[in-house]
Design a protein around this ligand. Structure first.
Ligand SMILES: [Zn+2]
Length: 410
């Protein structure tokens, strides 16, 4: 058994997960197994051992006009592993210079305990969301498209209390007999695909429909009217085990009403799409879908939005098949219609780490897909729709639970 060498009087505490948590992402129902390894330079008698899985959010906000900041911490998850008295008795005596492993076992819960969110006046669509575990967010490593003012972390924490009444008088242990150690773990909970948003009630944020007076050139006469209608695409689903995210496609319907029969149907040269990541945070609880809050309320109750734009679509549709349809906008008797199905994904985006769409009590992440449809002649039309990013439950039982579901043996 290895003996740790240290001149420190403190007992050494090491939290080790099996398999090692470095580079590992846990998801909903994953087992987090491991040991807390204790070692000291003299005999140690443990009075209490508390091993917990903690979820914690932090935010740092500017207060006042001098730029000073206030930071606060929000514990939203605190699971304690029960260690009964008999089990503690068997591991309470740690002989000097010998390593004593204390096993632990956690399972990432499906949701937070009911009492975690006791906020009132939460919009009905967000009530369940406030009880979902948020994903780990930190600005280190790949760009998570989040400001460094906020973070969400999970860690295994152990607090041990030594029994000073049985410690020999020659003890070199410090008077403080409570010791604490933490190990950060990364958690990406599953987020199933939600039903599409009701865009009517989000009309100030999204613009799925837009029209354009099409001209031969910028100062030329109007050739007709184009109307574009985009629909919310299926969600992009991330994989908690690090696999490639799923792809999706966005459907755009186009209608063209020429001003005269001599006008030819326009040519769609290119469709470009930007994915805008919105991270909302502020001094208060997010009680409403952030994109639905009126601008005036943002002023009274400043809600900050950290936006990052990522180009993900650059699509040349080629020749489209237009069909003659019903009259549009009463500007002509004829109307031509066509549609586009444009595939897209985020798997090719480098140096960015996509988070799922989520709404916890203090932070919120949403995505908007901004589409620009360019016609020959230089004009373009712009539509915006929401996009959900979810997390698939793609883990096999074996990968969820590499050591089996049984509690640890002492
Ligand atoms: Zn809440």
């Amino acid at each position: 058994m290895p003996v740790w060498r240290s001149m420190s009087a403190k007992p050494m505490i090491k939290i080790v997960t099996e398999p090692p948590s470095t580079g590992l992402t846990y998801t909903t129902c994953s087992a987090i197994n491991g040991t807390v390894d204790l070692c000291a330079h003299e005999d140690l008698t443990l009075k209490d051992v508390r091993i917990s899985l903690i979820g914690c959010g932090r935010r740092s906000l500017e207060v006042g006009r001098n730029g000073s900041r206030s930071s606060d911490e929000w514990i939203f998850l605190s699971l304690h592993m029960p260690i009964d008295g008999q089990a503690l008795e068997t591991c309470c005596n740690v002989p000097a210079r010998q390593q004593r492993p204390i096993p632990f076992h956690f399972r990432v819960p499906r949701q937070l305990p009911t009492g975690t969110c006791n906020h009132t006046k939460i919009a009905p669509c967000l009530q369940d969301q406030h009880l979902c575990l948020p994903p780990t967010i930190c600005s280190e490593g790949a760009d998570a498209m989040c400001p460094d003012l906020i973070s969400i972390g999970y860690y295994i924490e152990v607090v041990i209390e030594t029994d000073t009444t049985v410690t020999p008088s020659r003890s070199i242990l410090p008077q403080d007999h409570r010791f604490r150690e933490r190990l950060e773990v990364t958690i990406l909970p599953t987020f199933p695909e939600e039903a599409p948003l009701d865009l009517e009630s989000h009309s100030t944020t999204f613009m799925p429909r837009a029209t354009l007076s099409l001209k031969r050139h910028i100062l030329g006469r109007t050739l007709g009217h184009v109307e574009a209608n985009a629909y919310q695409p299926n969600a992009i689903m991330l994989k908690a085990n690090g696999g490639a995210p799923s792809t999706s496609s966005v459907h755009i319907g186009l209608a063209f009403s020429p001003h005269s029969e001599t006008v030819s149907i326009p040519h769609v040269e290119r469709v470009c799409g930007d994915l805008v990541s919105n991270t909302y945070f502020g001094p208060r609880v997010l009680h409403e879908w952030p994109q639905r809050l009126p601008e005036a309320q943002h002023t009274i109750d400043p809600l900050l939005n950290y936006k990052v734009t990522t180009p993900i679509i650059n699509y040349a549709p080629g020749e489209l098949n237009w069909t003659e349809g019903s009259v549009l906008m009463a500007v002509s008797r004829t109307c031509y219609r066509t549609s586009l199905e444009i595939p897209f994904g985020v798997h090719h985006v480098r140096n960015k780490r996509f988070m799922p769409t989520f709404h916890c009590c203090l932070f919120s992440r949403t995505y908007t897909l901004v589409l620009k449809i360019a016609f020959s002649g230089g004009q373009s039309i712009r539509v915006t729709v929401p996009l959900q990013v979810g997390v698939e439950d793609s883990m096999t039982q074996e990968s969820l639970d590499p050591q089996g579901a049984r509690p640890p043996d002492y």
